[in-house]
Design a protein around this ligand. Structure first.
Ligand code: MF3
Ligand code: CO
Ligand code: CO
Length: 275
C-alpha cells in the first residue's frame, strides 16, 4: 500500500518511503526554485552553438545559479563535481561537463537543479548545435511531446501508471525505445525522494496522485533500443546500441484540479527551436 505523509513548514528534511504531500508554503518554495532553473535554461540557449565546450556551459550554469541566490544541487552530489549534466547525442543522461566542444548537428541535454531556500528546481531541455539532421530533430520533438503527454495525466485520481503509459505509448508508436534504468522522482527539500516515476506503465496502476505531491517527469527516449551502458567514469550513461537519445524534464506539483509546472520557461523556450 502506498503511504502518504502531510508536510508542514517545520517538518524535518529527510528522505522517506512515504510520499510527501506539501502545503502552500511548499508550492511557493518550488515556484521560486523552478523559476530560477527555467531562467538558467532560457539563458543558455544562445550559448549552445558549435565550438562551445560543455565546461563553458557548466560555468554559465554555476554563475547564474549563484547570482540567482541558489546553489547547484549536483555540485558535490555523490562525488559529482559540476553544476549541471551535459548529455550529447548517444549519451542518455548524467554526462559530465568538460573539454568536449559541440559540433554542428550535435543534440545535447542540459540538466540543472538549483536549490533555492532549500527547495530543488530540477529541469532539463534539449538544445541543437547549429543544424541537425531531421532524424535528430524529430527525436527531440517527440521526446518533448512525451513529457507533455505525461504531464497531461498528472492530476488527482490518476496514477503514476497513467503517466508512464502515456509516455510509452507515444514513444513506441514512433518506434522509439523508452529507457527503463533511470526514472523521475519525488523532490522538494530532498533532491531524490519517493516516489520513483517510471516512464512506462499500465493505466490505473501504481500510486494514486494526490494534491500536494511534488515530482519530476523526465523521459529518456532512444531512436533505438532502451538498453543502457555505463561508461568507466561511473556517471555517463549511453545507449547500448549507440543510437541517439533525448530527454526533457519538468518539476511539477499536483493541485486540486491538475498540476502546476514549476519549471516552465517564462519566455516560451520550453523546446527547440529557441528564437
Ligand atoms: N538532475 C538529475 C535528475 O534529473 C540528477 C543529476 S545527479 C548528477 O535527477 F549527480 F548526475 F548530477
Ligand atoms: Co530529476
Ligand atoms: Co534533472
Amino acid at each position: 500500500m502506498t503511504q502518504y505523509m502531510t508536510m508542514t513548514a517545520d517538518a524535518p528534511v529527510s528522505r522517506s518511503t512515504a510520499i510527501k504531500l506539501y502545503d502552500e508554503a511548499g508550492f511557493a518554495g518550488m515556484r521560486k526554485a523552478g523559476r530560477l532553473a527555467a531562467e538558467i535554461l532560457d539563458a543558455l540557449a544562445p550559448h549552445v552553438v558549435p565550438g562551445v565546450t560543455t565546461g563553458e556551459l557548466d560555468d554559465i550554469v554555476r554563475r547564474m545559479t549563484l547570482e540567482g541566490g541558489g546553489v547547484p544541487a549536483t555540485l558535490g552530489y555523490r562525488g559529482f563535481t559540476h553544476s549541471c549534466c551535459t548529455s550529447i547525442n548517444n549519451v542518455i543522461c548524467h554526462g559530465i561537463p568538460g573539454g568536449r566542444e559541440l559540433r554542428e548537428g550535435d543534440i545535447v541535454n542540459i540538466d540543472v537543479t538549483p536549490i533555492v531556500d532549500g527547495w530543488h528546481g530540477d529541469t532539463s531541455r534539449m538544445y541543437i548545435a547549429g543544424d541537425a539532421p531531421v532524424k535528430a530533430r524529430r527525436l527531440v520533438e517527440i521526446t518533448y511531446e512525451c513529457l507533455m503527454l505525461g504531464i497531461e495525466q498528472a492530476k488527482p485520481g490518476n496514477t503514476l501508471g497513467d503517466i508512464g503509459h502515456a509516455i510509452q505509448r507515444y514513444a513506441e508508436r514512433h518506434r522509439y525505445g523508452v529507457v527503463r534504468d533511470f526514472c523521475g522522482h519525488g523532490l522538494g527539500r530532498v533532491f531524490h525522494d519517493s516516489p520513483e516515476v517510471v516512464h512506462i506503465g499500465r493505466p490505473g496502476t501504481g500510486p494514486e496522485l494526490r494534491p500536494g505531491m511534488f515530482f519530476t517527469i523526465e523521459p529518456m527516449i532512444n531512436t533505438g533500443k532502451p538498453g543502457v551502458k555505463m561508461m568507466e567514469d561511473g556517471w555517463t550513461a549511453v545507449t547500448r546500441d549507440r543510437s541517439l537519445s533525448a530527454q526533457f524534464e519538468h518539476s511539477i506539483g499536483i493541485t486540486e484540479t491538475g498540476c502546476e509546472i514549476f519549471t516552465k520557461s517564462p519566455t516560451g523556450r520550453d523546446c527547440p527551436p529557441y528564437k
